[in-house]
Design a binder for this molecule. Structure first.
Ligand code: IVH
Length: 681
């Protein structure tokens, strides 16, 4: 195809993809399937690969990431980014209303909006194209995070209709709650610190250096303000309607109110209704609707006089701190947990609260026996806010943080630059061992799905599996008939877990199948601290085998792209331990992949140039294993069928549309057995 025709095609594809993106992420009303969307995106990618000079600045392909940024550029805000004055009381809202009426009289209208709990962002569009996204910073200067913001699917890269030559709009980037919970669970699994709340997760994500990583996070954004009356429009409400027409995501939860009653009703509705949202709000924002009235009211040095934020009070109660327990997490971090005299708070009975770490205990000067104030804020677990020292007993003494691990008695360590105490006994401390075993079998690691938390606990309790290499010594005759009584919680009956014949067959074959897992996943699975999925891939690709990795010096590790001091040190420390050397040896003896594919017997170039779509359920391999085999043999996996697809590998229960599409395009449909013959394994 010549360049001219390619340009026509690219323009056409960008426009249509933008429309579908808008339908999906802004209107939540998709018009085509994900599969068809991917097909179009792939088509666009193909043209862009061929003619890189034709990549448009608003191309949807930019949403998957761009060049990493070392330091974000600081840029000056064209309109300073002020914050709102806050209040927690309805009385102060009345005072605000009185102040407003004093200046502009009684013909006033307010717009009530939700106060999204994320981080504010200013988006600038020139000729309808997103050119800059800046964080608030100090209100005068902020960080240019454009590449990261481009990955947020609900933010338009190109505006609809005929937007002004240049426009800046403000909004809040936030982390949806469902995605937040998933991400934290995953981070916990690999020993990464979890985010305390969705707001921290959103700001942490926007400050990441690699937009490809940001693109993996499900960030979202509501827009709520166009500074400087750039649209020359009479009301704030109309400006939001117009912004929605331009393609921005504007909340539907907005009300125009003419008096305080309307405002109080909105506050009451959302104090309750907030728990049904898939994002956090920390209050309500009340804005004077008329832009000319806003002008009349003007600004103080810090805030507009035409708006105020009503913040929800975190519910707070007083209770007694009865005792402190210390919990050891999978990473060895020791968390002090307060046992409280049970008390009602925000609809639930609270018995425990996190005390986080020793610094927090000393800053609060909280002591056993104290009357404490407990709050449920944005955090998941209730927090102790302060101590009612008036009620303190004379004989009370400050808390002495434990010095030894409550699980294995090893002396705890505390690094100067970290708040947490750690149990360093990573290989022999029970919760740490169980955490490592669970991580090892997890889907993205060795994918032994016939084992789970309960079974691992049992194998551990019977001392049959004490480290990851022990899985490969399990024999049916050793585990048959094992039984464990699981005590019922909260008055529920006890239950019994036992290993029956069928379970055992599944476990043993799951373990056996894991031997084809490629080296980079084995490396991820063994659970070296800070070696997550991506780092494992990088290390495996660079060092090629476990021996070379184990012998690598600090400098050699640190030189690898994206491997910093923290990871390099962690890898060195891990390989220094003789018990780890023995685990590696045993895993290698069991037949796990300890080197990259090109050296392994399973590898070939036989599938070079062929692309595959794998669909349905298979008998001898899992879908992921087939995909791995494709890559190991030089082929490429794609998610959707096009005329370029070489083969569709079809299992049972494959969707009928896939089959008919393949038939229509003349793509050969092959079985699992055909494929195995093809690669000759
Ligand atoms: S309007 C000049 N509307 O709350 C007024 N702010 O201190 C611009 N926020 O920094 C802000 N939801 O990050 C506005 N519906 C909303 C908001 C909102 C959240 C944030 C924003 C601002 C802070 C107020």
């Amino acid at each position: 195809m010549n360049k001219e025709n390619a340009k026509i095609k690219i323009d056409e594809l960008v426009d249509i993809l933008q429309k579908h993106n808008y339908n999906y992420y802004v209107l939540s009303n998709p018009a085509i399937s994900d599969y068809d969307f991917d097909l179009l995106l792939k088509e666009l990618e193909k043209f862009e690969d061929e003619f890189p000079e034709l990549v448009r600045p608003d191309s949807p392909t930019l949403r998957v990431g761009g060049e990493p940024t070392k330091n974000f550029k600081t840029v000056a805000h064209k309109y300073s980014m002020l914050s709102l004055s806050n209040t927690y009381s309805e009385e102060e809202i009345s005072d605000f209303d009185a102040r407003v009426r004093k200046v502009i009289g009684d013909d006033v209208e307010y717009v009530c909006e939700l106060k999204y709990d994320g981080l504010s962002i200013g988006l600038t569009y020139v000729d309808g194209i997103l050119v800059q996204a800046v964080t608030r910073g100090d209100g005068v200067h902020g960080d240019d995070v454009t590449n990261n913001v481009r990955t947020i699917k609900s933010i338009p890269l190109k505006l609809h209709g005929k937007p002004p030559n240049e426009i800046e709009i403000r909004g809040e980037v936030f982390f949806p709650l469902d995605g937040f919970k998933k991400m934290n669970a995953m981070r916990e699994g690999i020993g990464e610190q979890v985010f305390a709340n969705p707001r921290n997760a959103a700001s942490g994500s926007l400050k990441m250096q690699d937009p490809n990583e940001v693109a993996q996070r499900p960030l979202d954004c509501y827009l709520y303000y166009i500074p400087g009356n750039q649209l020359d429009i009479p009301t704030h409400y109309d400006s939001l309607l117009l912004a929605a027409k331009m393609g921005f995501k504007i909340s539907k939860n907005i009300a125009v109110c003419r008096n305080l009653n309307g405002i109080f009703e909105f506050i009451a509705d959302w104090s309750k209704g907030r728990k049904h949202l898939n994002y956090e709000i920390d209050g309500i924002v009340i804005k004077v609707n008329s832009i000319s009235q806003q002008k009349q009211l003007g600004f103080t040095a810090k805030n507009p006089r035409w708006a105020i934020a009503y913040k929800f009070k975190a519910e707070r109660v007083e209770t007694v701190l009865m005792s402190i327990d210390y919990q050891v997490g999978r990473t060895g971090a020791v968390t002090p947990v307060a046992n409280l005299r049970p008390v009602q708070l925000a609809g639930t009975v609270v018995k425990r609260a996190s005390l986080h770490n020793s610094d927090i205990i000393s800053n609060l000067d909280v002591r056993v026996g104290d009357h404490v104030f407990v709050e449920k804020g944005g955090e998941i677990i209730p927090k102790i806010i302060s101590v009612n020292t008036n009620k303190r007993l004379h004989e009370s003494t400050p808390v002495e943080f434990i010095t030894h691990c409550p699980e294995c008695s090893t002396p705890l360590i505390k690094n100067e630059d970290e708040a947490a105490h750690y149990c360093p006994n990573e290989d022999f401390c029970p919760p740490q061992i169980k955490g490592k075993l669970e991580h090892f079998i997890s889907r993205k690691a060795m994918n032994i799905d016939s084992l789970g938390e309960g079974k691992i606990e049992m194998l551990f309790d019977y001392k049959l599996v004490l480290n990851v290499a022990d899985f490969y010594d399990l024999k049916p005759e050793i585990i048959i008939g094992l039984e464990k009584i699981i005590p019922g919680k909260d008055g529920k009956k006890d239950s019994r877990l036992s290993f029956q014949e069928k379970t055992i067959t599944n476990i043993i074959s799951g373990i056996e199948n894991s031997k084809v897992i490629p080296f980079e996943r084995v490396l991820f699975a063994i659970g070296i601290r800070y070696v997550g999925e991506t780092v494992a891939k990088k290390l495996a690709a660079h060092f090629r085998n476990i021996e070379a990795l184990g012998l690598a010096s600090f400098d050699e590790l640190n030189e690898v792209d994206e491997i910093g001091v923290r990871i390099a040190e962690s890898v060195i420390n891990w390989f220094e331990k003789p018990e780890h050397k023995s685990i590696i040896q045993r895993l290698a003896d069991a037949g796990l992949n300890m080197e990259m594919d090109e050296n392994s017997s399973a590898t070939s170039n036989i599938l070079n140039g062929s692309s595959f779509v794998v669909s349905g359920v298979f008998e001898k391999h899992s879908r992921d294993e087939i995909k791995t085999l494709i890559e190991q043999n030089g082929g490429k996996n794609t998610s959707s069928i096009s005329a370029k697809t070489s083969y569709l590998i079809a299992g049972s229960n494959m969707g009928p549309t896939k089959r008919s599409k393949a038939e229509k395009l003349g793509v050969p449909i092959i079985s699992e057995d055909d494929f195995v013959l093809m690669i000759g394994s």
